[in-house]
Write a protein that binds this ligand. Structure first.
Ligand SMILES: C[S@@+](CC[C@H](N)C(=O)[O-])C[C@H]1O[C@@H](n2cnc3c(N)ncnc32)[C@H](O)[C@@H]1O
Length: 487
């Protein structure tokens, strides 16, 4: 049986309905997949036209069919311990900080995994907490996982997994946190399950499961990538209201609050970034984690703060910590991080990659928001064959400046090289989008005599072909994957 492909007019009406039902935006590249889903759902529910089908799912009587449609169009891509740099940030900094604060107030630690899919994310959070309790002693915790997909939540509540999601868990996790079953699948251990509760909730149309200021940590990763800007702005505003002062927001590696919200402070933590709700946003200044929000904050900085260069100390030493200051009483040369950046640029041009990487790293250690520093570091590490280091640096660059075409392009080529086609496809797509507005300097470095339009076309083609290498079988939305690190 051939699927009727929706006409332009039909596709417009259907995609508008999906935006109003769940905030989900589907561009024209998804027309085939959405047409197939609509065709199947219309057949099963006995509707001959998209008009009558949509009228049904949008009516009170159509609630069951609406749920079926949302189950079919959403992407449930996830796995345990997804994005290790973020997991490390949670384990080492965010959760211990929140736990300390909860102990001091006596209020249960409250965590929301918003868009939790089949449950791996909230269970991972519970695993991190159970591990932390072994050092600190137990403390009351509520982890609530919500999702719009009822099918995904059935899997989450069952808590039994096999295959890729288990294979991608961090080393040792399977033995530690699961009970093996006779059929070879793995069941989440009871102490982990005890901390987690699941609820059906639509982030766009339903009331949130918490009141104002009740939540300590919102983890909403790889969900807003499916939403339009207005929906994301509204959602992030709600997260801000629901979070307690000093509470954290974690987004996916491809999601930032750039041009979405300036209500949060951005904190670099290890190889990742987190957002924090402070009395007054630090706007890029990075207070030490665990310190109470400032009571007499500095005056608000100018807009577009994420791209500003600010002098802030690093939280922990990075790969190559700067040498200790001299102890003898002799003049200490004053080295500006911008001098380091200039020298790093020169070293890179001269092919002195190790020197360029370490100068760029020192510059970004002093100025964690220095986008160009991460790009130079990424380029230098990539030239030295350190793909993992290059990926970590370039991810920071695109996180801080989603318009950084050069960083998207390099990230794409590096991810493709290390065997992450999904990540590479996403980065090639971002490169194609950002290249037309790149600076002439970036273009002259990348184009090598070609026209911009040729490079844009190439990036688009690579995005499509790499995407089809790893297209998930569930749902029809844009497919994204991250793992933060090569395994
Ligand atoms: C790609 S998964 C992300 C899962 C997990 N957060 C992670 O990063 O691994 C996206 C999830 O968002 C859910 N979702 C999409 N739109 C939603 C909405 N309007 N309300 C609640 N959940 C939604 C989907 O059902 C899907 O399970």
């Amino acid at each position: 049986m051939t699927t009727h492909v929706l006409s332009d007019a039909e596709y417009d009406v259907v995609t508008e309905a999906l935006v109003s039902m769940a905030g989900l935006v589907f561009d024209v590249s998804r027309r085939g997949a959405i047409s197939a889903i609509l065709h199947e759902r219309m057949g099963k529910s006995g509707h001959a036209t998209t008009g009558s089908y949509l009228a049904h799912v949008e009516s009170t009587l159509g609630a069951v069919e609406r749920q079926q449609l949302l189950d079919a169009v959403t992407i449930q891509e996830t796995h345990f311990f997804r994005n290790l740099p973020q997991i490390d940030a949670l384990r080492r900094d965010v959760l211990p900080d929140l736990l300390r604060r909860s102990r001091s107030t006596g209020r249960p630690l409250t965590i929301w995994s918003a868009g939790c899919s089949t449950g791996e994310e909230p269970y991972t959070l519970a695993m991190l907490l159970v591990q932390l309790f072994e050092e600190t002693g137990p403390f009351p915790v509520r982890i609530i996982g919500t999702d719009v997909s009822a099918v995904a939540l059935d899997v989450a509540r069952a808590g039994v997994y096999s295959g890729r999601t288990i294979q991608l868990a961090e080393p040792g996790a399977v033995e530690r946190w699961f009970d093996e079953r006779s059929d070879g699948s793995y069941s989440v251990a009871q102490p982990v399950r005890d901390l987690v509760e699941f609820r059906l909730q639509n982030l766009v149309t339903d009331e949130p499961p918490f009141g104002t200021g009740e939540v300590d940590l919102v983890v909403c990763r790889n969900v807003t990538i499916y939403f339009g800007r207005e929906t994301t702005v509204r959602l992030v505003r709600a997260f801000h209201r629901l979070l307690a002062l000093g509470g954290y927001l974690l987004l996916g590696h491809a999601e930032t609050l750039w041009q979405i919200s300036e209500d949060f402070s951005l904190l670099p933590v290890g190889e990742s970034f987190v957002y924090r709700k402070d009395a007054v946003p630090q706007n890029g200044r990075r207070p030490a984690m665990g310190r109470s929000p400032a009571t007499s904050p500095p005056p608000p900085p100018p807009r577009r703060v994420m791209r500003d260069v600010l002098r802030v100390p690093t939280l922990r030493p990075r790969r190559a910590p700067a040498p200790p200051p001299p102890t003898e009483a002799r003049p200490v040369p004053v080295v500006s991080p911008l001098d380091d950046l200039n020298k790093a640029r020169d070293s890179l041009t001269a092919g002195k990659y190790a020197e360029a990487a370490s100068l760029a790293e020192r510059a970004t250690a002093a100025h964690p928001l220095l986008v160009e520093g991460y790009i130079i570091e990424g380029r230098a590490l990539s030239n030295q064959g350190d793909d993992d280091g290059a990926i970590a640096a370039l991810r920071k660059a695109v996180f801080l400046d989603p318009t950084a075409a050069h960083a998207h392009f390099l990230l794409a080529t590096t991810l493709a090289r290390v065997g992450d086609p999904g990540g590479a496809a996403l980065s090639f797509a971002s490169a194609a989008e950002t290249l037309p507005n790149a600076s002439s300097e970036t273009l002259s470095e990348l184009l090598d005599g070609r026209a911009v339009s040729d490079l844009v076309d190439l990036c688009r083609q690579l995005a499509v072909s790499l995407q089809s290498d790893r297209e998930p079988t569930v749902g029809a939305g844009a497919a994204f994957q991250d793992d933060g690190r090569r395994r």
